[in-house]
Design a protein around this ligand. Structure first.
Ligand code: T3D
Length: 263
């Protein structure tokens, strides 16, 4: 079994997770899936963890499923890919989306197949100028997974989603940002520093209300305006009962920085 396929570092409220199979462009094996799942579950259960930062080791972010993994290769009897999605990829995307703290993805290089769509499932995606995004699935006779057909279509619309997914054409980080697929592009050397700055902002932020904002934005993708207005009322009520609201207002009135506890 490979060692250390996921690097985990907890610094000042931020759990930094680095996919660590650089020789395979951080492609997913069952071991990597299990390690990432367990780290994210721990993040969910740990109040002191206020933000997660996901990135990749080496020159790539993630090339999706490891196509050379002996358990993944098509054999005489076709492997049940639906089972792989059910066991690994879908729970991962659900975990990222439902995590009650921001998940930042720092895409440090190529993001292909599931690697691209895992990035798009995160809350804030920043990328290095040299990164590219590839819906590689069509090149190997598969369909886009990890919620990509949903996320990408919502983010950039049907025409562009179809073009990316039916052709597998790579797009640059700049193009992804200009289309609204990701948040910001940084020079390769400064990506991690900038992503960590963003993480520090969240690590001292009003985590509970940020989680509610995340929930409301997700709900907006399917709600009618009336439902959304009701949801905002309910979540604002909840936010107003939290200690961070009282602290935020006190800090404003006292002209000082707030000391949010994330509650
Ligand atoms: O199976 C299931 O469970 C269902 C779920 C599927 C989800 C999926 O993600 S399906 C899509 C899988 N991913 C791909 O199809 C992408 C395959 N990779 C590529 O197309 C290219 O590697 C890239 C475009 C990502 C990067 O190209 P390039 O030229 O920068 O690098 P490279 O030389 O192709 O790759 C470097 C090494 O990484 C190379 O190994 P080597 O020759 O140096 O020993 C290459 O084989 C390896 N590598 C890259 N991607 C994968 C991989 N090894 C295993 N699996 C990979 N996905």
């Amino acid at each position: 079994m490979e060692q250390n396929v996921l690097k985990e570092e907890f610094i000042d409220g931020c759990l930094e997770l680095t996919l660590n199979r650089p020789e395979r462009l951080n492609a997913f094996t069952p071991e990597l899936h299990k390690a990432l799942r367990s780290a994210l579950e721990k993040a969910a259960d740990t109040h002191a963890c206020r933000v997660v930062l996901l990135t990749g080791a080496g020159r790539g972010f993630c090339a999706g499923q490891d196509l050379g993994d002996p358990d993944s290769a098509p054999g005489d009897k076709p492997r049940d890919l639906g089972a792989s999605i059910e066991q690994f990829y879908n729970p991962l995307i659900r975990l990222i989306r439902s995590l009650e703290k921001p998940v930042i993805c720092a895409v440090n290089g190529v993001a292909a197949g599931a690697g691209a769509n895992i990035a798009f499932a995160c809350d804030l995606v920043v990328a290095s100028r040299g990164a590219k995004f590839i819906q590689a699935f069509c090149k190997i006779g598969l369909i886009p997974d990890c919620g990509g057909t949903w996320t990408v279509t919502h983010l950039i619309g049907e025409a562009r989603a179809k073009a990316l997914m039916l052709t597998g054409v790579p797009i640059s980080a700049e193009q992804a940002a200009s289309w609204g697929l990701i948040w910001q592009v940084f020079d390769d050397e400064s990506l991690l520093t900038e992503a960590r700055k963003l993480a520090q902002q969240f690590a001292t932020g009003p985590t509970a209300s940020l989680a509610m904002t995340k929930r409301a934005i997700h709900a907006a993708l399917t709600n009618e305006l009336d439902q959304q207005l009701d949801l905002e009322r309910d979540l604002q009520r909840e936010a107003g009962r939290g200690g961070d609201y009282a602290e935020g207002v006190a800090a404003f009135l006292e002209k000082r920085a707030p000391n949010f506890k994330g509650r």
